[in-house]
Design a protein around this ligand. Structure first.
Ligand code: TYD
Ligand code: MG
Length: 456
């Protein structure tokens, strides 16, 4: 065995013999970490050239001759998770669930392990069996078939799985596992990569689905190289704000289904609860009209939901004005403020601006722009917006209100929740027959239209 020292970029997995400040491949700074790689000194399998012999291995098949086998998916007894996976867990598949520490990944998978009526092996390298038992008691689901195993050595884990032959294998977490075939420490890039590929071979050879938990680093990537996301079949992200109760499970990649579906949960004192009807929870309970509070109609994945957006604009007392956003991209907030200054003549330069999306959810749909702008203008001028009004539209750099996708679904959801008026982009109404709507639809083409329609 020969030992070799290399430096690996934690973003893209590029190897370099010496440390470098900036990765030559992905351009990220300060991402190289030192790792020891043990190489077998046995001569490599002799490389053959295609000229060497006429012998051919295997044979290509015509696509229409490929036998289609119907995939029988495992029902995980959790509607949100089943939907996100594309209708259940596919045998032999490998799924990665990423999220920040403390967000609820272990709770989610332990709940699945307890609810499902089949043999499951829950391997934890993070918690002792006593701690897992305590969590199970808290969640309050009884199950005699759920087996737990505390171990961090991958070979032992796979031997155990091979002898117990579970129908599902859960690994909590990939960063705590280590394979004796690789020298570096658990959680290092080469360990994470090696362990994942061994788990993948196990999944494929035994047709056992494997669910892997992975922690996320500060940039929102699963710690370790991107290569990890390439190896697995499905990548799910569990996100939200630890101080709030709502969590969203998003699909980043899915070889067996669409990546549009999301799952919504609420973290309560007895574990995670599926949220069927997100809008009703994300709207504020008060009927009073308050300045700075508006309702945006968003679509996350394929699900429309109404979310309250709150803005507080107040004179900046201490030097540089502050900008803060919870659940929304801070750079996009700066962009919206610049558009308001340039295109609508509203100045925020002397004001602190705080923005909050109800429930601590991270909204990715840009259709929330219009609602955010309305909330900021409402707070700036201290004019409340009626609580039965909602907004859905993207705001462009020239102050134009742009069309958004799935407009009919959004209108339907707003109507269902009893809203009386909805502001949308005028470009959205082309070819849409609005005569049948029970809600008043007001089309807007630019920011000035919004300001004159709502605030004057
Ligand atoms: P956990 O599943 O340990 O997070 P992760 O595995 O992603 O690191 O979740 C831990 C948090 O969830 C912890 O702060 C306590 C909270 N929690 C509840 O609020 N209710 C519960 O029933 C459980 C089990 C945890
Ligand atoms: Mg955990």
């Amino acid at each position: 065995m020969k030992e070799k020292k290399v430096f690996i970029c934690s973003e893209c997995g590029h190897n370099s013999p010496k440390w470098e400040g900036k990765c030559a491949v992905c351009g990220q700074w300060n991402t190289y970490t030192e790792e020891i790689i043990t190489k077998s000194t046995k001569s490599e399998e002799k490389k053959q050239s295609w000229r060497d012999s006429n012998q051919v291995d295997g044979k290509p098949i015509l696509i229409h001759e490929v036998q289609q086998s119907k995939i029988i998916r495992l029902d995980l007894e959790d509607n949100e998770l089943n939907r996100v996976l594309g209708g259940g867990l596919v045998p032999g598949s490998i799924t990665l669930i990423g999220g920040e520490p403390g967000i609820g990944k272990s709770t989610l998978l332990l709940q699945v392990a307890l609810s499902i009526r089949c043999d499951i092996l829950y391997v934890s390298g993070e918690e002792s069996p006593e701690q897992i038992r305590m969590r199970a008691d808290r969640v309050g689901i009884k199950n005699d078939q759920c087996k737990i195993y505390s171990e961090t050595n991958l070979t032992k884990v796979l031997k155990q799985a091979n002898s117990t032959q579970p129908q599902i294998l859960v690994i909590d977490s990939i960063q705590t596992l280590h394979s004796p075939f690789v020298e570096s420490t658990p959680g290092s890039i080469s360990q994470v990569r090696e362990c994942t590929s061994q788990l993948q071979s196990f999944a494929k050879e035994t047709n056992t689905p494997v669910l892997i938990i992975g922690h996320i680093n500060k940039e929102g990537h699963i710690a370790g190289p991107k290569i990890l996301e390439h190896i697995v079949d499905t990548v799910l992200h569990f996100e939200g704000d630890r101080n709030h109760i709502y969590r969203i499970l998003r699909t980043k990649k899915n070889r067996f289904g669409s990546t549009d579906e999301i799952g919504i949960y609420a973290m309560e004192s007895a574990g995670l609860r599926e949220v069927q009807n997100p809008s009703e929870l994300l709207l504020s309970q008060s009927d009073e009209d308050l300045s700075g509070s508006t309702v945006g109609v968003t679509v996350e994945g394929v699900r429309p939901m109404l979310i309250e957006t709150q803005a507080l604009v107040s004179p900046a007392i201490y030097g540089t004005p502050q900008r803060s956003a919870t659940g929304y991209d801070l750079r996009r907030l700066s962009m919206l403020l610049a558009v308001l200054e340039k295109r609508a003549g509203l100045f925020f330069g002397q004001s602190d601006v705080f923005l909050n999306i109800a429930g601590g959810l991270k909204v990715q749909d840009t259709a929330i722009d219009l609602s955010i702008i309305a909330a900021m203008v409402s707070s700036l001028n201290n004019i409340p917006v009626h609580s039965k009004i909602c907004f859905s539209g993207e705001v462009g750099l020239t102050g134009e209100i742009r069309a958004v996708n799935r407009i009919e679904q959004r209108i339907e959801e707003a109507t269902r929740l009893g809203f009386e008026q909805m502001f949308v982009s005028k470009y959205n109404l082309k070819g849409v027959d609005s005569s049948g709507f029970k809600i008043q639809i007001t089309p807007l083409s630019k920011l000035d239209d919004l300001i004159s329609a709502v605030f004057s």
